[in-house]
Design a protein around this ligand. Structure first.
Ligand code: TRP
Length: 335
């Protein structure tokens, strides 16, 4: 592997992605992965998904669908190291080693854990809290340090985990000698947060999402359901309060956006605005949908892609885990 900067990020494999994820995370990450000056590591965090659910069918299906989704939307496995976390067992090994050096007090401060305890406040503070949730930041540190990543692009909600990773890596290096790169966090702006069909933030928990791979007719129906105010055709309309406009802008060129803003001024009917949004989305999504339908017909084809990615990942992790084992004193007996 070259001296290029290593950029690494993980995708938790739960839930099927919607167009908010597409505009805010998937397309920007795919674009960034084409940067020639970096080596890009992108992985399916399938062991993280067990923190959120214990349903084997859901775990399997989400992992497959999300892998297919990323490839369908243009991720080129030749340009990135694209792998499943579970195909790199070194990560699990490192999780244990790091856990034995991580103070419990640091984990007590993790947001996800604290939020779960807070919910419980009046009852038993440990109710429903698994060791998986408690150890989540250590697993994430292992994901990152296993490849000596230089930069970790994440959303604001994950910043603390990368800071904890830095703490853990510094502590390891201080105690056992320099093994790990101290990673920098790169925070992605929230530009990708789109409103859903009810005007609130597009989110699975509000059931207001537009999934990426709806069939054409269903996509149209979903768009026609977007809530608007009751302004009549001919009345000027406000772009800032319009979900239709926000979603349109996220996928349109500057010119298209300007045109739609003018039409709002001129009093476009809501039905017409929805039709324009549908046409734009259909044009963008159609090629992705076609790819997706091909990919899900050929599970073993996708498996092959991931196994090639795993091999590339293992080529990077193997020398590092050997160094780690040496450093902590787990090594062959001999002179
Ligand atoms: N926890 C991250 C999330 O929920 C996903 C993730 C897992 C990740 N391991 C990672 C992100 C390592 C960056 C680096 O979004």
């Amino acid at each position: 592997m070259s001296e290029k900067k290593r950029v690494l990020t993980g995708i938790t494999t739960s839930g099927i992605p919607h167009i908010g994820n597409l505009a805010g995370a998937i397309l920007p990450a795919i674009k960034a992965s084409k940067d020639e000056l970096t080596d890009s590591f992108l992985f399916l965090a399938d062991y993280h998904s067990l923190i959120k659910n214990n349903d084997p069918d859901l775990t399997y299906t989400s992992s497959f669908e999300i892998a297919a989704c990323w490839v369908a939307c243009g991720l080129d496995p030749k340009e990135v190291i694209f792998y499943r976390q579970s195909d790199v067992p070194h990560i699990m090994e490192l999780t244990w080693i790091l856990g034995c050096l991580t103070s419990k007090g640091l984990m007590n401060r993790a947001h996800a854990y604290k939020a779960a305890v807070f919910e419980n406040e009046k009852n038993d503070p440990d109710k429903g809290i698994t060791m998986g949730l408690f150890n989540y930041p250590v697993l994430m540190a292992a994901d990152i340090l296993m490849f000596n990543a230089d930069v970790v692009p994440v959303g604001q909600d994950q910043k603390q985990h990368v800071e904890m990773t830095r703490d853990i890596a510094l502590r390891f290096n201080h105690h056992y000698g320099e093994v790990f790169t101290i990673p920098d966090v790169s925070i992605e702006e929230d530009a990708g947060v789109l409103p859903g069909t009810d005007g609130r933030k597009m989110s699975k928990s509000y059931q207001n999402v537009i999934p990426i791979f709806l069939k054409k007719d269903d996509l149209r129906k979903r768009i026609m359901k977007i809530k608007t105010d009751s302004k009549e055709p001919g009345e000027p309309k406000e772009i800032n309060e319009s979900s239709i406009f926000s979603i349109y802008r996220a996928f349109a060129s500057d010119n298209q956006t300007k045109n739609l803003a003018n039409q709002y001024q001129e009093g476009i009917a809501w039905g017409e605005a929805k039709e324009l949004l549908f046409e734009l989305l259909e044009e963008k999504i159609n090629p992705f949908r076609k790819n997706y339908e091909e990919l899900i017909k050929d599970r073993s084809g996708l498996e092959k892609i991931l196994l090639l990615g795993a091999q590339k990942a293992l080529d990077v992790s193997t020398p590092i885990i050997i160094k780690v084992r040496q450093a902590v004193g787990i090594r062959e007996f001999g002179d």
